[in-house]
Design a protein around this ligand. Structure first.
Ligand SMILES: *[C@@H]1O[C@H](CO)[C@@H](O)[C@H](O)[C@H]1NC(C)=O
Ligand SMILES: *[C@@H]1O[C@H](CO)[C@@H](O)[C@H](O)[C@H]1NC(C)=O
Ligand SMILES: *[C@@H]1O[C@H](CO)[C@@H](O)[C@H](O)[C@H]1NC(C)=O
Ligand SMILES: *[C@@H]1O[C@H](CO)[C@@H](O)[C@H](O)[C@H]1NC(C)=O
Ligand SMILES: *[C@@H]1O[C@H](CO)[C@@H](O)[C@H](O)[C@H]1NC(C)=O
Ligand SMILES: *[C@@H]1O[C@H](CO)[C@@H](O)[C@H](O)[C@H]1NC(C)=O
Ligand SMILES: *[C@@H]1O[C@H](CO)[C@@H](O)[C@H](O)[C@H]1NC(C)=O
Length: 569
């Protein structure tokens, strides 16, 4: 007897060891990816390109795609893509309806009518059961307005070993694919937990009451068997008729937590609101693409899908020129900005920034330039750096180009900025307001760092503009011909201070009285967009920040702020 027991033990141990070794050689889990598509012709080229670039064996993926009730050519795009790529997958199941064009009770494409919701519930349930029927290991429920720019995202999600999990999907605002709270009657509730997860202040996987739009479900787990999207399958359900809420409740009933992981992330479009149309959705697409490119993430576009992409028509924003200041030796910043400008449709002229690191005090002397003797940096208590001199000169070049060309208005941008959603539209509102109100102005900040808490004087009749108080940064502004003339006529090269001290000085909002004697004419009329339209990408001390003025590599730096002051961005 003893001998037999001994033997069993040995076998058990060795089989465990064997299992672990062979585990590495197992094929990847079988995934059913399900995609519901409706009126997504504008997002599909990017959605499908991201799918195509996933680093995961395609023969272990089965696709299940359903599309109906379209007003656009979503089905043609899907068909063309499947004709090119479909055979690489284990299999493809499609359910296309070319005839249907909407539901009777629907008012516009943003309206979630009762019939539409029932239809989606049925489709999702069908997809889930398709996964179960083909013995898929996982089902991945993807929405077609999701951009999975990280090619490792599927592998990483699987490696979380959770039964129900989704990657964080960022938008260009507060919208995302999870809820951090839920009311007793199962509606959305914003909680304290939401922003830290969304803004990735702490990184990892978090248990939340709702995830959607890119949910991976491990169908190998017994406990997944009672998951459902259909309220009819739940006992005692009094919540709203809704696919994702039903799913969340079914998960809770099965004691299954929902996890959102923000260490891996993709992007999602902000959904259309009531009455919005495909035109708004196209603008939202521009917004999310701008966000992706601002994060410096690659947005892939497969060759056979290029033909379906429309770039926006070029818009000079009703100014004579848009200048971007960029150091020639920082091409990566230029490429990033060029991609964003292309997306926004803004034609831009690049000004090669003066490289502070190449300037010496002897150069300044030769150029007959002088730094204002009283100047010390208010934070670091150090003299003006050569980087700050280079930054000043770069802006000075832009002002002079404006005068030489007799331009009426220009926009000047630095190369390390992030644009607010609907940037173009918002600049147009501002320009229209200036015209409608017949305002006199010289310079309008598009982005800045306010340094005082005082409420700024508003402008009679204006919705988008305020008078600018003492502020830092010169990341973006609109300049008028009169503004350029004042900035040059004050002869700043003879009494140099950093350019973001100079603007407040000339508009007479600078607190340092002892500097004012150098600039007797302080009549620059300086307004600011409110809210701001541009923010810097990095701050001093933040990951990814490289200073060109301190250490000598940005053309212009964003002055150091303490942590608390970043809050109001
Ligand atoms: C998931 O399970 C695998 C295999 O057991 C293990 O190697 C991996 O570390 C686990 N991942 C997590 C996040 O627990
Ligand atoms: C699914 O629900 C049925 C009916 O309530 C229950 O008997 C069964 O145990 C559940 N299965 C799992 C895996 O939770
Ligand atoms: C189910 O919901 C209850 C009530 O909201 C909550 O306390 C519990 O943690 C949830 N269970 C899971 C597994 O999410
Ligand atoms: C700007 O205006 C001046 C005076 O009217 C003129 O001499 C000059 O040629 C103009 N420059 C350009 C680039 O049009
Ligand atoms: C602005 O107000 C906040 C809170 O009221 C305060 O902490 C901060 O120091 C103020 N900043 C300035 C520049 O006055
Ligand atoms: C604002 O404009 C209106 C109409 O032009 C005028 O009646 C009013 O006095 C103005 N208010 C101020 C504070 O200038
Ligand atoms: C300056 O450059 C050095 C060496 O390249 C780097 O380690 C340091 O972080 C830089 N400092 C700043 C403020 O960028």
């Amino acid at each position: 007897m003893k001998l037999i027991v001994f033997f069993v033990c040995v076998t058990l141990i060795s089989s465990t060891v064997f299992f672990e070794v062979s585990g590495e050689n197992l094929k990847k889990p079988r995934i059913l990816i399900t995609i519901l598509v409706r009126n997504k012709a504008h997002t599909l080229p990017y959605f499908l390109s991201c799918l195509e670039q996933l680093i995961y064996p395609k023969e272990r993926i089965h696709l299940w795609i359903s599309s109906d009730n379209n007003l656009d050519n979503s089905i043609q795009i899907l068909t063309l893509w499947l004709n090119n790529e479909g055979r690489k997958y284990h299999g493809v199941e499609v359910n296309f309806d070319l005839e249907s064009s909407g539901f009777e009770d629907e008012k516009g494409i943003a309206h979630w009518s009762a019939q539409r919701i029932f239809h989606v519930i049925n489709l999702r349930e069908k997809a889930l059961n398709a996964g179960r029927n083909i013995w898929a290991d996982f089902i991945w429920m993807l929405d077609a307005d999701v951009f999975l720019t990280n090619p490792h995202i599927l592998n990483e999600l699987i490696s979380k070993n959770e039964t129900i999990v989704a990657p964080l999907l960022k938008s260009n605002g507060l919208y995302s694919n999870f809820w951090a709270g839920m009311t007793d009657n199962l509606y959305y509730l914003r909680t304290e937990m939401y922003k830290p997860i969304l803004f990735r202040e702490t990184v990892g996987c978090f248990k939340v009451p709702m995830i959607h739009s890119a949910v991976l479900i491990d169908l190998r787990k017994h406990v997944s068997d009672n998951l459902t999207y259909d309220p009819k399958n739940l006992k005692q359900y009094n919540g709203p008729t809704d696919d994702i809420i039903t799913f969340a409740v079914s998960a809770n009933n099965s004691d299954l937590p929902l996890f959102i992981c923000n260490d891996i992330y993709g992007y999602i479009m902000v959904p259309l609101e009531k009455e919005e149309t495909i035109t708004e959705d196209l603008q939202k697409l521009t917004n999310i693409k701008t966000e992706i490119l601002s994060d410096n993430n690659n947005l892939p576009l497969s060759t056979h899908l290029k033909q379906f992409v429309q770039h926006p028509t070029q818009d000079k924003l009703q100014v004579d020129e848009v200048y971007m200041i960029n150091l020639f030796r920082r091409p990566e910043k230029r490429y990033r900005m060029d991609k964003i400008f292309k997306e926004l449709g803004i034609p831009v002229r690049t000004i090669n920034a003066i490289d502070g690191s190449a300037l010496t005090p002897a150069d300044l002397k030769m150029m007959r330039m002088e730094i204002m003797p009283e100047y010390v940096d208010p934070y670091h208590k150090r003299p003006m750096t050569m980087g700050e001199v280079g930054c000043f000169l770069s802006h000075y070049i832009a002002w002079n180009k404006m005068v030489e060309n007799n331009f009426t208005n220009i926009i000047v941008l630095e190369d390390d900025v992030r644009f607010e959603p609907f940037f173009i539209q918002k600049v147009n509102y501002i320009l229209k307001e200036l015209e409608d109100l017949q305002l006199e102005w010289d310079l309008i900040y598009l982005g800045r760092k306010r340094l005082t808490n005082n409420t700024e004087p508003c402008i009679n009749g204006s919705t988008y503009l305020v008078q600018a108080s003492y502020s830092y940064w010169t990341i973006g502004y609109i300049l008028s011909a009169s503004g350029a003339k004042k900035l040059i006529d004050a002869m700043p090269l003879k009494r140099l201070i950093p350019v973001d001290e100079y603007l407040p000085m000339l508009s007479d909002v600078h607190p340092r009285d002892d500097w004012k004697m150098h600039y007797p004419n302080r009549n620059l009329i300086m307004l600011s967009a409110n809210p701001l339209l541009i923010y810097p990408i990095h701050y001093i001390g933040e990951e990814g920040y490289v200073s060109d003025t301190e250490n000598s590599t940005l053309a212009c730096e964003y002055k150091a702020m303490d942590e608390s002051e970043r809050e109001d961005l």
